[in-house]
Write a new protein. Structure first.
Lengths: 615, 250
């Protein structure tokens, strides 16, 4: 009995810091509509700074809590600086670009933290005066956990008072409900955004700081928590602070008890809960249906035309170059070009749901990595030949996308994107944590092509055939009735519904098609590299794909190819440098600030003009 | 088999205790243009959205072409043979005018999941014919997103006609149009009703259009049906005059 009580209390105390992070994220999103990827980084920095401050300040309970508070304030300040110097310039840029800027911050903070605090995991200090345990019917619970359990409801109460009883809180709620109207009523949005960013970041920092004595600090905290925070926000209902608390408690308890039932991956249970909640209440437990934004639909993509003569000629020349390359390129270059082709195929599949489908996926690595792992596992355990593997892996990935997609299409816009990220993170954690089957962090090794294709040049031709074939098939799909229907769903949900089309079903179908082709790319990747590691499924890989697509331009059908070539080359060049994540993050930010309307946009439209048939 | 394409009986819908529509009943026969009017907040939009499936009624029945349509989703209402145009035109901005209509035909032929054919040639002739009918065939190759608003409304009408509907629901078909354009649009609608023998239910704020064009008018006020009849009957109705007193003379 005592054991269950203690387990329940542990879950509640875990919920506290989850709640702090999630409600900060929710507040910021509510007012500014920014999905702040760096929110998890703020949480991580909170933990590191708390360690630093507590270490430097004198001992004692008073100074301990002062240290916690100082670190939260410092993180709030960091958030404010980010808002004032970076995000404020970007409020008129497309949402995805802002997201990229925040992901750039994730990379920069990641490398800076490694540099400042070291790569070693840090064990948090004990809280003075709360370092012993309480005996509950024979089981023990740390006093500090009890303190955490008390903190969260206090913060919840404080936030509630702040939001309902102060003028500032009323403005925040008004802006969350209708940003344009608040603006039209003459509210100073600049100041409001900055203050909300401060509060949100403060809460993230506080969340990181208070969990330090329990969980310490490490460099994986940022992306681990952001996925959980997304799940909490989606489950609790976007913009609902009590909802965030409720969801945090559910997830906290789930982790506390889930570990007893299914120690491999408690994230799987989290997925199940999220699934159930979304089926019953698509807008979260305490969320309301999103009020439609004012008519600021994104500029419609231009109409598509079949390939012109010029484009076909250019394609033929391109193909000839690909065919002739092995004659001049060395093995290393061939492998790099094969890699580019694989990424181009994965990007094309992402583009398929993002461009014509209008559904942004933050978790496309789930399918790329999924295909790779399906292939690797089949070869490793069943010794399937390469040919069969390359046939089955995409199909299995398609099934995975079918499952994930079903949930994702229940939502739309940013909510959908968050869900894709959460699912990808769940897939990653299964692969990462289930070491007995997947090899965990050590990956799966020695997976090579069949004998006939083991020659690098032959494998190059094989991969090129499949990738170019896949890309052309996906391009063909865009011109079929299904592709048109997908675009119709993106352009006007209202109109689609009124001409008898089931929007969700088509979007769902699109998800699985994208999954199949990303899975093919992933399968090929395993045979190219001979091994697979969980990194190929990680969030950063998903963002690589997104970045490639954006780099090439969402508006052109061949953008994904150009984007993946540019990105793979860039990555290959800088990844040998120390602190390369910092450089990559800075490049993200510079590109977004310099070209807020799209990087390839201007070049792309010029090219489009050239390749159009004369009217 | 009655000649009514739409029969509404005792329709009611409340939003959190506020009765938006209560006890509304009316019929619409083939070949008729029926206007639904009333001051702001009278329940026109609610009534409209109950019929087209956007909202579920609390009470009452809606019968479309002899089939019960209560609580059907909009896409299923469409399958009964209903076309819709919106107050704020909804079209596919990234497609050409022709493709917009082709899209509706694709849905009609249940081809939307096909991954083999290529769209540009599918249903082209039929779609062109519809564009000729609404008078914008010369713009067939332009993107819908760049059309003048009045033309988008015409495209919408062509799209709404693509499933050969027997009932057309038009929510403020002339909103955002100039006076001449309004009359053109309604003349077009009248001729379509005649040639295709369909019933049209529309809401409208412009009283010239309503009294000049419709065969019958129903008047809503505070969620209730207060008058029904020919334009002349409605014009001379005391209650209608009271409701509209102070507004433009009718």
């Amino acid at each position: 009995m005592g054991f269950y009580i203690v387990q329940t209390l542990t879950g509640l105390s875990d919920a506290s810091s989850l709640f702090l992070v999630a409600c900060g994220l929710s507040l910021i999103f509510g007012v500014s509509r920014i999905v702040n990827m760096a929110h998890g980084s703020f949480y991580m920095v909170g933990a590191y700074l708390a360690y630093f401050f507590i270490d430097k300040l004198p001992q004692g309970p008073f100074h301990f809590w002062i240290g916690i508070l100082l670190s939260a304030l410092a993180v709030g300040l960091i958030g404010m600086i980010v808002e004032v110097f970076l995000l404020r310039r970007l409020y008129h840029a497309p949402e995805l670009f802002i997201l990229f800027a925040t992901f750039g911050i994730v990379l920069i903070i990641q490398d800076l933290s490694r540099w400042l605090f070291g790569a070693e995991d840090i064990l948090g200090q004990q809280a003075p005066g709360l370092s012993s345990s309480i005996n509950i019917m024979g089981s023990y619970i740390p006093q500090y956990d009890i303190a955490l359990i008390i903190i969260a409801p206090l913060i919840l109460l404080g936030l509630w008072l702040l939001l309902t009883k102060t003028r500032w809180g009323i403005l925040v709620r008004a802006a969350t409900e209708d940003r344009e109207m608040t603006d039209a009523l003459g509210v100073n949005q600049t100041w409001l955004f900055t203050s909300v960013f401060f509060l949100g970041s403060f809460l993230a920092g506080l969340g990181g700081a208070v969990q330090l004595p329990k969980g310490g600090a490490d460099l994986l905290m940022d992306l681990n928590i952001i996925a959980t925070a997304f799940v909490i926000v989606v489950v609790g209902g976007m913009g609902s602070i009590p909802g965030a608390y409720l969801a945090a408690v559910i997830i906290g308890e789930l982790n506390a008890f889930g570990i007893l039932v299914f120690p491999q991956s408690t994230l799987v249970l989290m997925f199940l809960v999220m699934a159930v909640v979304l089926i019953i209440r698509p807008y979260g437990l305490l969320g309301k249906e999103e009020a439609p934004e004012h008519d600021n639909a994104p500029a419609p993509e231009s109409i598509i035309r079949p390939a012109s003569r010029r484009l076909k000629t250019a394609g033929a020349v391109f193909l000839a170059v690909i065919l002739a390359l092995p004659a001049v390129a060395n093995t290393f270059q061939l492998v790099l070009i094969t890699e580019i082709a694989l990424f181009a195929l994965a990007c094309m599949s992402l583009y398929f749901i993002m461009g014509p489908g209008g559904m942004v996926s933050f978790g496309h690595a789930a399918y790329f990595g999924g295909g790779a792992y399906f292939a690797a596992l089949m070869v490793h355990y069943l010794h399937t030949p390469m040919e069969l593997t390359l046939f089955l892996a995409p199909l299995l990935t398609g099934c995975l996308a079918l499952i994930i997609g079903w949930f994702c299409v229940q939502l739309s816009g940013v909510y959908l994107a968050m869900l894709t990220l959460a699912f990808a993170q769940i897939c990653w954690s299964i692969v990462f944590q289930w070491g007995a089957v997947t090899g965990g962090d050590d990956g799966l090794l020695s997976i090579w092509p069949s004998a006939w294709a083991s020659n690098k040049i032959i494998f190059y031709y094989l991969a090129m055939t499949l990738c170019i074939g896949g890309i052309l098939i996906l391009r063909h799909f865009i011109f079929t009735p299904f592709g048109y229907t997908l675009r119709a769903c993106r352009d006007s949900a209202l109109r689609v519904d009124s001409i008898g089309i089931n929007l969700k079903r088509h979007q769902w179908f699109a998800f699985s098609i994208a999954g199949i082709f990303a899975g093919l790319a992933g399968g090929l990747y395993v045979f190219l590299k001979g091994s697979i590691f969980p990194d190929e499924m990680a969030i950063s890989r998903s963002f690589d794909f997104l970045f490639m697509v954006l780099l090439g331009g969402v508006n052109s059908l061949f953008g994904p190819i150009a984007g993946s070539a540019a990105f793979t080359w860039l990555h290959d060049t800088i990844s040998r440098i120390n602190l390369w994540q910092l450089i990559l993050g800075s490049i993200f930010i510079v590109l977004v600030v310099a070209f807020p309307q799209g990087i390839a946009g201007s070049i792309g439209s010029r090219l489009n003009k050239y390749f159009r048939d004369p009217a | 088999m009655t000649s009514n394409v739409l029969e509404v009986r005792q329709l009611a819908k409340s939003f959190g205790g506020v009765k938006a529509v209560s006890n509304v009943s009316f019929d619409l026969a083939r070949g008729q243009l029926l206007a639904m009017i009333g001051p702001n907040g009278a329940g026109k939009s609610t009534c409209f959205n109950l019929i087209n499936g956007q909202l579920r009624p609390d009470h009452g029945t809606i019968t479309i072409l002899g089939k019960k349509a209560n609580g059907l989703k909009p896409r299923d209402v469409w399958k009964l043979g209903v076309g819709r145009t919106f107050q704020i035109a909804a079209s596919f901005g990234s497609m050409t005018v022709l493709e917009n209509v082709q899209m509706a035909r694709l849905s009609y032929h249940r081809q939307t999941t096909s991954l083999f054919k290529s769209v540009p040639r599918l249903n082209r002739d039929h779609a062109m014919e519809l564009l000729r009918l609404v008078g914008i065939e010369d713009q067939y190759n332009r993107a819908c997103g760049v059309l003048a608003y009045g033309d988008v409304k015409r495209v919408e009408l062509a799209v709404a006609l693509a499933n050969d509907p027997k009932l057309l629901l038009m929510d403020e078909p002339t909103a955002g149009m100039g006076p001449a354009e309004r009359q053109e649009m309604m003349a077009l609608t009248s001729s379509i009703i005649e040639t295709r023998n369909i019933g049209v239910l529309f809401t409208e704020h412009d009283m010239d259009v309503v009294f000049g064009r419709s065969d019958r008018i129903i008047v809503l006020n505070r969620g209730e049906l207060v008058a029904e009849g020919t334009p002349d009957e409605v014009r001379n109705n005391r209650r209608v005059q009271e409701i509209y007193l102070g507004e433009e003379p009718v």
